[in-house]
Ligand binder design. Sequence first.
Ligand code: B12
Length: 228
Amino acid sequence: MAIKNNVEEFKARRFLTHAMGKLDEDTVLNLVRQGLKQGVDSLEMIEEARAGMEKVGELYDEGVYFLCDLMVGAEIFTDVINLVLKSTNIEPVSIYPPIIFGTVGGDIHDIGKNIMISVLKSKGCQIYDLGVDVPEAAFVEAVKKMGSPVLCLSGLITTAYESMKKIVDLLEKEGLRSQVSVVIGGLVNEAVKNYTGADYWVTDCAKGSELCIRIMHDQSSKQAIACL
Ligand code: B12
């Protein structure tokens, strides 16, 4: 039965963010199990846990947490994702070319990338995952080879922005820019989008998957019209 009472629902969500921020693994996993049983939306739970990870990052910044704590956070978050994904069981069946995805050069953060990929797969998309710390040219080669209308770049450290910009410049140089929409995610915002020359920025996996599917759909409609 879904949580009916708004106040209770609100409290449960705050608890998840709070427990994640405190790296309280048992509480986090129990809240997620309970949420799954009660029919709470999986993507919303992921977002609540992600907000807790932001807190972990802030405490690391303030010198309260250390690198090992970031790693513990990453492990708990991965357990959350595994729990949530066990409850969705959809095989990818896509009529579109694969979406190209990767964490850009110099950056090894991949939790967000992997979540986005799992969500997209659960919605029937095919993904070509280039992994982490991917050189700029590899993204451009993949766009050329696969003819995908969507290129997804993940980046969480400031140096990642330079790499994203180089990828967009390289796409331009190779004459591929107009055929592919560049979507960036991770620690990004409007200013980063403008700096890098990307088309869209996203920090929410539900919005990210809707956006990618919409782009693929629009692109294929355009191609169909061009063939008439
Ligand atoms: C976990 C973590 C780590 C783990 C990463 C494990 C892993 N396998 O990814 C470890 C411990 C390895 C790590 C290492 C480092 N980290 Co770190 N890390 C974090 C932390 C706490 C959480 C990141 C995370 O996983 N969040 C949860 C995920 C789900 O959120 P997300 O990535 O934003 O993804 C969501 C959306 O953005 C979206 N998304 C993500 N990508 C994309 C792409 C597309 C196309 C779309 C549509 C959507 C999308 O999908 C997700 C949906 O929920 C952040 C703090 C923070 N505020 O984010 C610091 C943080 C990113 N790390 C930081 C730093 C400094 C480092 C290190 C340099 C530390 C060091 N001294 O070595 C190294 C970096 C090494 C490198 N070269 O990359 C800084 C970066 C600061 C900066 N501005 O440059 C942060 C912000 C911490 C801080 N406040 O100081 N880190």
